[in-house]
Design a protein around this ligand. Sequence first.
Ligand code: BGC
Length: 690
Amino acid sequence: MADIDALVAELTRAEKLSLVRGASDPEGTATGYLPGVPRLDIPPLRLVDGPLGIRAEGERATAFPATLATASTFDPDLARKRGAAMAREACAHGQDALLAPGANLVRVPHCGRNFEYLSEDPVLASDLSRALVEGIESEDVIATVKHFAANNQETGRTAVSADVDERTLRELYLPPFRAAVEAGVGSVMTAYNRVNGTHMSDHERLVGDVLKDEWGFAGYVVSDWYGLESTVGAATAGLDVEMPGVPSGPDDPDAEFEWPDGIPDGSRAGLFGEPLAAAIDDGAVSAERLDDMVRRVLGQMARIGLLDGCDRPGELDSERHRDLARDIAARGTVLLDNDGALPLADDDDVALVGPHIHEAKLGGGGSSETTPFHSVSPVDGVTARADGTVTDARGIPEIESVSLFDLLPFVDSGHDTQEGPDDEPSLDAAVAAAEDADVAIVCVRDASTEARDRDSLTLPGRQDELVEAVADANDRTIAVLRTSGPVETPWRDDVAAVVEQWYPGQADGAALADVLYGDRDPGGRLPVTFAPEGSYPTSDERRFPGVDSVARYDEGVFVGYRHFDANGDEPTYPFGHGHSYTTFEYRDATAVDETAVEVTVENAGDRAGREVVQAYVRPPTVEGIERPEREFAGAQPVTLDAGESRTVTFALDELAFSRYDDGWTIDSGRYTVEIGRSSADVRTTVEVYR
Ligand code: BGC
């Protein structure tokens, strides 16, 4: 491996500066680019988006399901495989660092980027963030966990300050990042927002003290794109690389242009070029700090073999990547309700309804947009699987899609403006198709993008009306949600089944058919709570979107199911919820020791199925300390044949026992470990003493 110190000693100051400020990629494919130093055989470093697949400019790649769909599997092994596959695709495109995973907690159900994130729960988000990083880095690609920290909304994201107390930061918002660091993540991207008044790229306490000193992060900290606010502040805080480093904006630099909310000012680039040199000359930033930045970048390049001229051919659109995209999409699908209408019979005559049934729902808008080589629409997927007839009807007009890129006139979004079928959709035709069929399937979606939050959890357009009309026409109506997070389902008592597919990616229709026809048991469980819009803690505007650019996180650790447990409001669908086509029985829960429990789970039905066995910890009462009623402590997904049983052992996550009070502490006393099917469906309990 290259001797980094020797290399740093040979670099001129100009060369060092060029290794910490982005430049234009001559090949035009990378999202971010560092030019390297040919004189010393230091190759360029290419960074590429993003969490849902590779977004190399003008190129195609496997479009994986939303990160949230991966979280829905509760399966770190699958997340690890996904990370590795995305990394192989990055290599195939000549990229070295992946700008993923997104690890922000789902605090606000409206957040436009929830589909890129992992969960409302810090233990689940940490397990998956760790696994994604391990997967990406197993293929010698640098993972970039983002956006550090407390970036939980898009409204005002470049200005808003998350006002959050230390305990809440430590218990909820930092763990997925700490887990990534423990997994050896090579890079951390700072968020656009402020935390307690300080911009994250300048946040010495969180970046310098916590991330680097306390957690021992040895890689480089990169700014979000145009997310740098200062030169000296950032360099002193611990920021190592400015991206993209080159300005963007209207073609005419003198044109009046107001940057839309949520879009950083692209003219502000180059704070780490000459200004950094000047700051070093002035003594405001030390020359050692520049060396440290460079050492961190070169260290990661060495780690993935770039400095040794390694050859990483990668792999693109291979059969195993296509299968994996389908596998995750199917496993992440959650069966929210089922009165027996599912699974479908092979010979059912199907009416397939919805404004977008002719296209796969790839993802949301923004930097995670991926262009696949091929995709399967719901119509194609169901038609290929069905032995009965499939009649399709769009029913209502298309839902307007939204994307960050469409907000910028000088950016070529690459979006296809081609419209779908040119005949007018007809609600009557959809109703008639539903009346004539054995079963009606209605696919509905939300519209979500980076840089915007959803303004409501109600499905956009006339989709609720469509579901109601189809449900009136056919008692066996199945509603299929394709959403970035929770939505309102006012018609749920009128339909026979509700399925949540999230954004399923390129395998969409194929994975949908896998689950609807029972070729696979729906393995997904909710990583976020579904509840009426007004009942989330963030329905108070002081908390979201905030007042005067301050969002108060004064709900503290009571986010997601912790909130609903505390205030007694029953959610529509609780955290961890999801039905199977079979039934499971739980028995013989025992404590192995103070951090591990085991339980035997039996598939008591007559078909194979997949259960996600979940453990939650209820802490002892401590005078004067408010704690959540229960905290998720781990999950074990198991696939069992009919009649088969398995004993699973949980290594309970310490985070579920401990609380932060000027340091981590575990109160002595009795902890009840609840084991079951969801946060609201406890099947058995066992006690452990700490
Ligand atoms: C996003 C990042 C992304 C970067 C580069 C920013 O707008 O917040 O997640 O990696 O752009 O595209």
